[in-house]
Ligand binder design. Structure first.
Ligand code: PEP
Ligand code: MN
Length: 271
Protein backbone atom coordinates (compact mmCIF):
# COMPACT_ATOMS: atom_id res chain seq x y z
CA UNK A 1 0.00 0.00 0.00
CA UNK A 2 1.33 3.43 -0.90
CA UNK A 3 -0.58 5.32 1.78
CA UNK A 4 0.81 6.50 5.10
CA UNK A 5 -2.40 5.65 6.95
CA UNK A 6 -2.65 3.24 8.73
CA UNK A 7 0.92 3.88 9.87
CA UNK A 8 3.36 1.50 8.33
CA UNK A 9 3.74 -1.52 10.60
CA UNK A 10 0.42 -1.12 12.37
CA UNK A 11 -1.14 -3.88 10.34
CA UNK A 12 0.81 -7.05 9.76
CA UNK A 13 1.68 -8.09 6.24
CA UNK A 14 -1.07 -10.38 5.08
CA UNK A 15 -0.70 -13.44 2.96
CA UNK A 16 -3.04 -12.63 0.06
CA UNK A 17 -5.67 -15.26 -0.68
CA UNK A 18 -6.81 -15.84 -4.24
CA UNK A 19 -10.49 -16.74 -4.62
CA UNK A 20 -11.20 -17.36 -8.28
CA UNK A 21 -10.15 -14.17 -10.07
CA UNK A 22 -10.37 -12.10 -6.88
CA UNK A 23 -7.49 -11.48 -4.50
CA UNK A 24 -8.20 -10.82 -0.81
CA UNK A 25 -5.56 -8.95 1.17
CA UNK A 26 -3.99 -7.12 -1.78
CA UNK A 27 -4.50 -3.53 -2.87
CA UNK A 28 -8.12 -4.16 -3.77
CA UNK A 29 -10.75 -3.83 -1.03
CA UNK A 30 -13.00 -6.79 -1.76
CA UNK A 31 -16.76 -6.45 -1.49
CA UNK A 32 -18.53 -9.80 -1.28
CA UNK A 33 -22.27 -9.42 -1.79
CA UNK A 34 -25.41 -11.44 -2.30
CA UNK A 35 -28.52 -12.68 -0.57
CA UNK A 36 -28.60 -14.26 2.87
CA UNK A 37 -30.16 -17.33 1.25
CA UNK A 38 -30.27 -18.48 -2.35
CA UNK A 39 -33.98 -18.68 -3.20
CA UNK A 40 -34.37 -18.89 -6.98
CA UNK A 41 -32.06 -18.61 -9.97
CA UNK A 42 -33.81 -15.41 -11.01
CA UNK A 43 -33.34 -13.83 -7.56
CA UNK A 44 -29.67 -14.80 -7.49
CA UNK A 45 -28.91 -13.58 -11.01
CA UNK A 46 -30.76 -10.27 -10.50
CA UNK A 47 -28.79 -9.52 -7.35
CA UNK A 48 -25.49 -10.75 -8.81
CA UNK A 49 -25.78 -8.58 -11.94
CA UNK A 50 -26.44 -5.50 -9.86
CA UNK A 51 -23.71 -5.98 -7.27
CA UNK A 52 -21.17 -6.84 -9.97
CA UNK A 53 -22.01 -3.63 -11.84
CA UNK A 54 -21.53 -1.66 -8.61
CA UNK A 55 -18.22 -2.90 -7.30
CA UNK A 56 -18.67 -6.39 -5.84
CA UNK A 57 -15.73 -8.70 -6.62
CA UNK A 58 -17.26 -11.87 -5.18
CA UNK A 59 -20.71 -13.32 -4.58
CA UNK A 60 -22.30 -14.94 -1.56
CA UNK A 61 -25.54 -16.79 -0.93
CA UNK A 62 -26.41 -19.37 1.71
CA UNK A 63 -27.80 -22.77 0.84
CA UNK A 64 -27.54 -24.38 4.31
CA UNK A 65 -29.09 -21.95 6.75
CA UNK A 66 -28.57 -22.65 10.46
CA UNK A 67 -31.69 -20.87 11.60
CA UNK A 68 -32.64 -20.31 15.22
CA UNK A 69 -36.23 -21.40 14.54
CA UNK A 70 -36.56 -24.90 13.01
CA UNK A 71 -39.74 -23.79 11.23
CA UNK A 72 -37.97 -21.10 9.22
CA UNK A 73 -36.43 -21.57 5.75
CA UNK A 74 -33.45 -23.92 5.99
CA UNK A 75 -31.97 -23.31 2.53
CA UNK A 76 -32.07 -25.14 -0.81
CA UNK A 77 -29.04 -27.34 -0.16
CA UNK A 78 -27.59 -29.12 -3.19
CA UNK A 79 -30.68 -28.12 -5.22
CA UNK A 80 -29.04 -24.68 -5.52
CA UNK A 81 -25.94 -26.04 -7.29
CA UNK A 82 -27.17 -25.31 -10.85
CA UNK A 83 -28.01 -21.74 -9.79
CA UNK A 84 -24.52 -21.24 -8.41
CA UNK A 85 -23.00 -22.65 -11.60
CA UNK A 86 -25.16 -20.35 -13.74
CA UNK A 87 -24.38 -17.19 -11.81
CA UNK A 88 -20.64 -17.85 -11.77
CA UNK A 89 -20.69 -18.53 -15.50
CA UNK A 90 -22.65 -15.39 -16.27
CA UNK A 91 -20.82 -12.93 -14.00
CA UNK A 92 -17.35 -14.45 -13.91
CA UNK A 93 -17.31 -13.68 -10.19
CA UNK A 94 -16.21 -16.20 -7.56
CA UNK A 95 -18.90 -17.60 -5.26
CA UNK A 96 -18.54 -18.21 -1.52
CA UNK A 97 -20.92 -20.64 0.12
CA UNK A 98 -21.30 -21.66 3.76
CA UNK A 99 -21.05 -25.35 4.50
CA UNK A 100 -22.31 -26.63 7.83
CA UNK A 101 -21.09 -30.24 7.89
CA UNK A 102 -18.04 -32.15 6.70
CA UNK A 103 -20.03 -34.32 4.27
CA UNK A 104 -20.98 -31.22 2.23
CA UNK A 105 -17.38 -30.33 1.43
CA UNK A 106 -16.94 -32.82 -1.43
CA UNK A 107 -20.25 -31.89 -3.07
CA UNK A 108 -19.61 -28.15 -3.09
CA UNK A 109 -15.85 -27.80 -3.50
CA UNK A 110 -15.98 -28.17 -7.30
CA UNK A 111 -18.88 -25.72 -7.72
CA UNK A 112 -17.74 -22.78 -5.59
CA UNK A 113 -14.54 -20.79 -5.08
CA UNK A 114 -14.42 -20.59 -1.29
CA UNK A 115 -16.15 -22.30 1.61
CA UNK A 116 -17.51 -20.31 4.53
CA UNK A 117 -17.50 -21.47 8.14
CA UNK A 118 -20.38 -19.70 9.85
CA UNK A 119 -20.35 -18.15 13.28
CA UNK A 120 -22.19 -21.12 14.78
CA UNK A 121 -19.55 -23.54 13.50
CA UNK A 122 -16.38 -21.70 14.43
CA UNK A 123 -15.83 -24.19 17.26
CA UNK A 124 -16.59 -27.25 15.10
CA UNK A 125 -13.10 -28.69 15.09
CA UNK A 126 -14.13 -31.74 13.02
CA UNK A 127 -15.35 -29.47 10.24
CA UNK A 128 -12.24 -27.28 10.52
CA UNK A 129 -9.97 -30.34 10.24
CA UNK A 130 -11.86 -31.51 7.14
CA UNK A 131 -11.39 -28.06 5.58
CA UNK A 132 -7.71 -28.19 6.45
CA UNK A 133 -7.42 -31.23 4.19
CA UNK A 134 -8.78 -29.30 1.19
CA UNK A 135 -6.94 -26.60 -0.73
CA UNK A 136 -10.10 -24.53 -1.16
CA UNK A 137 -9.98 -21.04 0.38
CA UNK A 138 -11.85 -20.81 3.69
CA UNK A 139 -13.78 -17.78 4.94
CA UNK A 140 -13.74 -18.26 8.69
CA UNK A 141 -16.34 -16.23 10.56
CA UNK A 142 -15.81 -15.34 14.20
CA UNK A 143 -18.10 -17.14 16.63
CA UNK A 144 -20.55 -14.68 18.12
CA UNK A 145 -19.24 -15.45 21.60
CA UNK A 146 -15.64 -16.19 20.63
CA UNK A 147 -12.63 -14.42 22.02
CA UNK A 148 -10.15 -13.19 19.46
CA UNK A 149 -7.57 -15.78 20.45
CA UNK A 150 -10.14 -18.57 20.06
CA UNK A 151 -10.88 -17.30 16.54
CA UNK A 152 -7.20 -17.53 15.63
CA UNK A 153 -7.00 -21.01 17.19
CA UNK A 154 -9.90 -22.06 14.96
CA UNK A 155 -7.84 -20.85 12.00
CA UNK A 156 -4.95 -22.95 13.32
CA UNK A 157 -7.11 -26.08 12.92
CA UNK A 158 -7.38 -25.34 9.19
CA UNK A 159 -3.70 -24.43 8.92
CA UNK A 160 -2.67 -27.63 10.69
CA UNK A 161 -4.04 -29.67 7.79
CA UNK A 162 -1.91 -27.68 5.35
CA UNK A 163 -4.56 -25.31 4.02
CA UNK A 164 -3.16 -21.76 4.30
CA UNK A 165 -5.89 -20.13 2.22
CA UNK A 166 -7.74 -18.49 5.09
CA UNK A 167 -9.71 -15.24 5.25
CA UNK A 168 -11.15 -14.06 8.56
CA UNK A 169 -14.53 -12.36 8.88
CA UNK A 170 -15.69 -10.32 11.90
CA UNK A 171 -19.51 -10.54 12.02
CA UNK A 172 -20.34 -9.04 15.39
CA UNK A 173 -20.41 -10.53 18.85
CA UNK A 174 -23.24 -10.91 21.34
CA UNK A 175 -23.20 -8.29 24.07
CA UNK A 176 -25.74 -6.78 26.48
CA UNK A 177 -26.75 -4.23 23.82
CA UNK A 178 -30.01 -5.02 22.05
CA UNK A 179 -30.46 -2.06 19.72
CA UNK A 180 -28.20 -3.78 17.22
CA UNK A 181 -28.38 -7.47 16.30
CA UNK A 182 -24.80 -7.96 17.47
CA UNK A 183 -21.99 -5.58 18.42
CA UNK A 184 -19.49 -4.99 15.62
CA UNK A 185 -16.04 -5.45 17.12
CA UNK A 186 -14.09 -3.33 14.70
CA UNK A 187 -11.14 -3.07 17.08
CA UNK A 188 -11.15 -6.87 17.29
CA UNK A 189 -11.03 -7.11 13.50
CA UNK A 190 -8.00 -4.80 13.43
CA UNK A 191 -6.44 -6.79 16.29
CA UNK A 192 -6.84 -9.98 14.24
CA UNK A 193 -5.24 -8.22 11.25
CA UNK A 194 -2.31 -7.22 13.46
CA UNK A 195 -1.82 -10.63 15.05
CA UNK A 196 -2.35 -13.04 12.18
CA UNK A 197 -1.21 -13.21 8.56
CA UNK A 198 -4.73 -13.55 7.17
CA UNK A 199 -6.82 -10.99 5.30
CA UNK A 200 -9.69 -9.77 7.50
CA UNK A 201 -13.07 -8.68 6.20
CA UNK A 202 -16.09 -7.30 8.05
CA UNK A 203 -19.77 -8.31 7.87
CA UNK A 204 -21.78 -5.28 9.02
CA UNK A 205 -25.03 -6.97 7.90
CA UNK A 206 -25.09 -9.56 10.68
CA UNK A 207 -23.12 -7.29 13.03
CA UNK A 208 -25.76 -4.53 13.03
CA UNK A 209 -28.91 -6.14 11.66
CA UNK A 210 -29.91 -2.64 10.50
CA UNK A 211 -29.56 -1.44 6.92
CA UNK A 212 -29.16 2.19 8.02
CA UNK A 213 -26.08 1.31 10.10
CA UNK A 214 -24.39 -0.82 7.46
CA UNK A 215 -23.10 2.06 5.30
CA UNK A 216 -21.28 3.88 8.13
CA UNK A 217 -19.70 0.60 9.31
CA UNK A 218 -18.52 -0.17 5.77
CA UNK A 219 -16.77 3.19 5.64
CA UNK A 220 -15.21 2.58 9.06
CA UNK A 221 -13.90 -0.86 8.04
CA UNK A 222 -12.36 0.61 4.90
CA UNK A 223 -10.78 3.50 6.81
CA UNK A 224 -9.34 1.08 9.39
CA UNK A 225 -7.34 -0.68 6.68
CA UNK A 226 -9.30 -3.92 6.69
CA UNK A 227 -9.49 -6.01 3.55
CA UNK A 228 -13.13 -6.07 2.53
CA UNK A 229 -16.79 -6.55 3.36
CA UNK A 230 -19.44 -9.25 3.35
CA UNK A 231 -22.84 -7.71 2.61
CA UNK A 232 -26.34 -9.14 2.38
CA UNK A 233 -28.28 -7.68 -0.53
CA UNK A 234 -31.76 -8.53 -1.80
CA UNK A 235 -33.80 -7.34 -4.75
CA UNK A 236 -37.00 -7.52 -2.64
CA UNK A 237 -36.01 -7.48 1.05
CA UNK A 238 -39.61 -7.62 2.29
CA UNK A 239 -40.07 -10.95 0.49
CA UNK A 240 -36.71 -12.48 1.44
CA UNK A 241 -36.86 -15.97 2.98
CA UNK A 242 -34.05 -15.18 5.45
CA UNK A 243 -32.75 -11.98 7.11
CA UNK A 244 -34.82 -9.65 4.93
CA UNK A 245 -34.90 -7.06 7.72
CA UNK A 246 -31.18 -6.44 7.39
CA UNK A 247 -30.84 -6.82 3.62
CA UNK A 248 -29.56 -3.88 1.64
CA UNK A 249 -31.76 -2.93 -1.30
CA UNK A 250 -29.98 -2.85 -4.65
CA UNK A 251 -30.07 0.93 -4.51
CA UNK A 252 -28.63 1.16 -0.99
CA UNK A 253 -25.86 -1.23 -1.96
CA UNK A 254 -24.73 0.97 -4.83
CA UNK A 255 -24.87 4.10 -2.69
CA UNK A 256 -22.52 2.41 -0.22
CA UNK A 257 -20.00 1.34 -2.84
CA UNK A 258 -20.04 4.86 -4.30
CA UNK A 259 -19.39 6.33 -0.84
CA UNK A 260 -16.51 3.89 -0.29
CA UNK A 261 -14.43 5.25 -3.16
CA UNK A 262 -12.99 8.40 -1.53
CA UNK A 263 -12.31 6.54 1.73
CA UNK A 264 -10.47 3.76 -0.09
CA UNK A 265 -8.59 6.33 -2.08
CA UNK A 266 -7.40 7.92 1.17
CA UNK A 267 -5.94 4.62 2.37
CA UNK A 268 -4.35 3.71 -0.96
CA UNK A 269 -6.90 1.13 -2.02
CA UNK A 270 -9.72 0.71 -4.49
CA UNK A 271 -12.66 -1.56 -5.17
C1 PEP B 1 -24.16 -15.89 6.79
O1 PEP B 1 -23.19 -15.16 6.50
O2 PEP B 1 -24.93 -16.34 5.93
C2 PEP B 1 -24.43 -16.23 8.20
C3 PEP B 1 -25.29 -17.16 8.53
O3 PEP B 1 -23.73 -15.49 9.08
P1 PEP B 1 -23.20 -15.87 10.54
O4 PEP B 1 -22.63 -17.26 10.46
O5 PEP B 1 -22.19 -14.82 10.78
O6 PEP B 1 -24.39 -15.78 11.46
MN1 MN C 1 -28.00 -13.82 6.98
Amino acid sequence: MSSTYPEAGELSATRPVQVGATCFGGTRFVVVAGPCAVETQEQLVTIARHVRAHGAAALRGGVFKMRTDPRSFQGLGAQALPYLDAVRRETGLPFIVEITAADQVGTFAGHVDALQVGSRNMYNSHLLKELGRTRTPILLKRGFAAQLKEWLLAADYVLAGGNEEIILCERGIRTFEDQTRNTLDLAGAVWARQHAPFPVIVDPSHATGRPELIGPMCLAAAAAGLDGLLLEVHNEPTRALADGFQALTLDRFSRITTALSPVLNAVGRSL
